[in-house]
Ligand binder design. Structure first.
Ligand code: ADE
Length: 248
């Protein structure tokens, strides 16, 4: 996977891209990331990238010329590559969207700043727009980092053989089950017996049920589309009944 990031602040990415799993993924050439400074694509003496909005009002708008030139320069003659603008107006990022993005060999992420980008950037080069949630950041950089991180961990080999992404919260349509490690008792709180049993079938059943319980407690909306067995549906019905207000 190759990701190009277009930004006015390439150094903002230093920490997240140069530590831990993302660092190793790049060292192992499972992921290549290039940061491009949009300012390098300006022509004027002052390297201007923004201007006041037509029609007045506060704030500045990112100009079309540097951004479109930057995208065209970076994209080259590869019309298939998604060019994604990070903006609070985009479709909301979910694990499903992350999976969709991870299937591409290449992505271009465009980080907006100021009040927004000139609409003609959207019309000429942007193929997708993504928001990481219903709140407003100072720019698209942090959102781009979130996408890089979430996509990178789905690339085969990035998490290592024993650490799959298949059971993640959201990946299986449920929140993840609770985790425990040593010691078996911590401040009088014991690890559930099922996990100490060594019975793999029993452990699997316990984990599925606890994932359902947690999802029921925290994100019941997700259960509408979760893939549950008959047995698990009965388990869920019992949970719902236990929570139901007493009759009358
Ligand atoms: N830029 C500013 N806010 C944003 C958000 N919520 N998601 C993506 N890009 C943004």
């Amino acid at each position: 996977m190759h990701i190009d990031i277009l930004t006015l602040f390439p150094e903002m990415f230093d920490g997240p891209l140069t530590e831990s799993i993302l660092k190793r993924a790049q060292e192992n050439e499972l992921l290549t990331i290039r940061r491009h400074n949009i300012r390098d694509y300006t022509t004027g003496k002052h390297h201007t990238v923004d201007d006041t909005p037509y029609g007045g009002g506060g704030g500045m708008v990112m100009m079309a010329e540097p951004l479109v030139t930057a995208v065209e320069g970076v994209r080259g003659d590869d019309p298939q590559v998604p060019v994604i603008l990070l903006t609070p107006q985009g479709r909301t990022l979910t694990q499903k969207v992350v999976q969709e993005l991870a299937a591409y060999p290449r992505l271009i992420l465009v980080c907006g700043r100021y009040e927004g980008v000139d609409e003609r950037v959207r019309q000429s080069v942007i193929t997708d727009e993504i928001s990481i949630g219903d709140y407003v950041l100072t720019g698209g950089e942090l959102a781009a980092m979130v996408i890089v991180d979430a996509v990178a961990r789905l690339i085969p080999g990035v998490l290592g053989a024993r650490w799959g992404a298949e059971e993640d919260s959201h990946a299986m349509g449920l929140l993840e089950y609770p985790h425990y490690t040593r010691p078996p008792v911590f401040r009088e709180q014991a690890v559930p017996d099922a996990l100490l049993s060594g019975d793999h079938g029993g452990i699997e059943r316990w984990r599925r049920r606890e994932a359902i319980r947690r999802t029921w407690q925290r994100r019941p909306d997700m259960l509408l589309t979760a893939n549950l067995s008959e047995d698990e549906r009965w388990f869920l019905a019992d949970l719902a009944e236990a929570d139901a207000p007493p009759p009358g």
